[in-house]
Design a binder for this molecule. Structure first.
Ligand code: ZN
Ligand code: ZN
Length: 401
């Protein structure tokens, strides 16, 4: 590990984790297996990231129904309880579908994820931690009255609502998962104090089908929903160019008190559910950009969440170990060899070796938007559509920085 360009250690950083978090698991054969979390935390541990003097591991209790009701309908919460304890399928509330099968204890398992994100948001807001990471969170598809896309309760939205209630004037949410952050967007659609910004594979090719550039927020909140739908096949250079062309300018303009980010790593070229072609190195670069942005704009108040990511061995553990490294001011050098202790666990469980380095060997370079617009390039046209849709609403010039 090297102290590259990161900020110096500026206080403890909270990492949400306990073995209880492994209960959020939809069962055999479902992509959302908690094996992804187990392998991530093992890798972070084996890299020494959780033993640093500034790292505080924090477990979480089960969120109360009153807390969940900040962003969910009471009838939906009651339906999750019934599904969880009595096995009652409720398709009207999205419970018992292929994406969201019910399982015993699903209420407690998801409510614990919510509590982890809410506790972390408050710790950041009250200055008890410099940053916080909850890789078990980022359940961005959960809707006010329905489970959706492997998400039961929306921990990100609950954390944001809690920040507003605690006195934050404005909160920015930046979601770089391959899928549109539709649940968070919907919950804050009419809320001018919350910016939701999602960079994702186009809804024409991927669930949930929303997140078009023209979705810019409800009445009284125009310009506080920002969507960057990218073409299938977009790789590091285009993905990072798009993030860089829009996210910093919009977040600076919004001037939030806290930054909440969602780091779903299903943007990776090996992800089985999506069609973007981002690398571990690109994902690491995005985490660094957002970390720097938090120090610049929100005085470091940053809550980083996990999200999607279904390449359980080859992608998720490395991507989120890098995220933990960035957030705890112990950035992992990409050339670092993956610890043998971790690889032997993979060998035991999967009968193969797993990745040997913390890099995909990419340089994560991109040319900035100021280098010029190429009308023949699909990514550039997507960037331009979003800038044209949003920038005038928030007093920015879509054609110039
Ligand atoms: Zn920092
Ligand atoms: Zn996703």
């Amino acid at each position: 590990m090297t102290p590259t360009d990161e900020q110096p250690l500026d206080g403890p950083v909270r990492v949400v984790w306990s073995r209880d978090m492994l209960a959020y698991d939809f069962g055999q054969g479902h992509p959302m297996t908690s094996e992804r979390l187990d392998l991530t935390i093992r890798l972070a541990q084996d890299l020494g990231l959780l033993d640093g003097p500034g790292v505080e591991l924090a477990d979480a209790g089960v969120a109360s129904d009153d807390l969940l009701a900040l962003v969910h309908d009471r009838a939906y919460i009651a339906a999750v309880h019934r599904a969880s304890s009595e096995g009652v399928v409720d398709l009207d509330h999205g419970l018992g579908t292929t994406d969201d099968p019910i399982f015993p204890g699903m209420h407690e398992a998801t409510a614990r994820v919510v509590q982890g994100s809410v506790d972390s948001a408050l710790a950041v807001w009250e200055g008890r931690t410099a940053h916080a990471v909850n890789v078990t969170g980022g359940l961005h598809h959960a809707m006010p009255a329905a489970a959706s896309g492997f998400c039961v309760y929306n921990d990100a939205a609950a954390a944001i609502r809690t920040l507003l209630d605690a006195g934050a004037g404005r909160v920015a949410y930046v979601d770089v998962d391959a899928h549109h952050g539709d649940g968070v967007q919907q919950i804050f659609w009419d809320e001018p104090r919350v910016l939701t910004l999602s960079v994702h594979e186009t809804g024409h090719a991927l669930f949930p089908g929303t997140g078009h550039a023209r979705e810019t927020g409800g009445s009284g909140a125009e310009g506080t929903a920002v969507n960057i739908p990218l073409p299938s096949g977009t790789g590091d250079a285009g993905w990072l160019r798009a993030i860089d062309a829009i996210v910093p300018a919009v977040v600076r303009g919004f001037a939030p008190d806290v930054l909440v980010t969602q780091h779903g790593c299903d943007t990776h070229l090996l992800d089985p559910l999506t069609h973007l072609r981002v690398s571990i190195d690109g994902q690491r670069a995005a985490a660094q950009m957002l970390h720097r942005l938090a120090h610049e704009v929100t005085d470091g108040r940053w809550l980083a969440l996990g999200g999607g990511g279904y390449a359980v061995v080859d992608v998720v553990p490395r991507s989120w170990a890098h995220l933990i490294g960035v957030a705890t001011h112990q950035p992992v050098d990409p050339d670092t060899v993956v610890p043998e202790s971790w690889r032997s666990v993979v060998q035991e469980r999967y009968g193969r070796r797993g990745p040997d380095r913390m890099t995909d060997g990419r340089d994560a370079r991109f040319s900035p938007w100021t280098s010029g617009y190429d009308p023949g390039d699909d990514v550039d046209r997507a960037i331009r559509s979003t800038r044209s849709a949003v920038f005038p609403l928030i007093g920015l010039d879509p054609d110039h920085d």
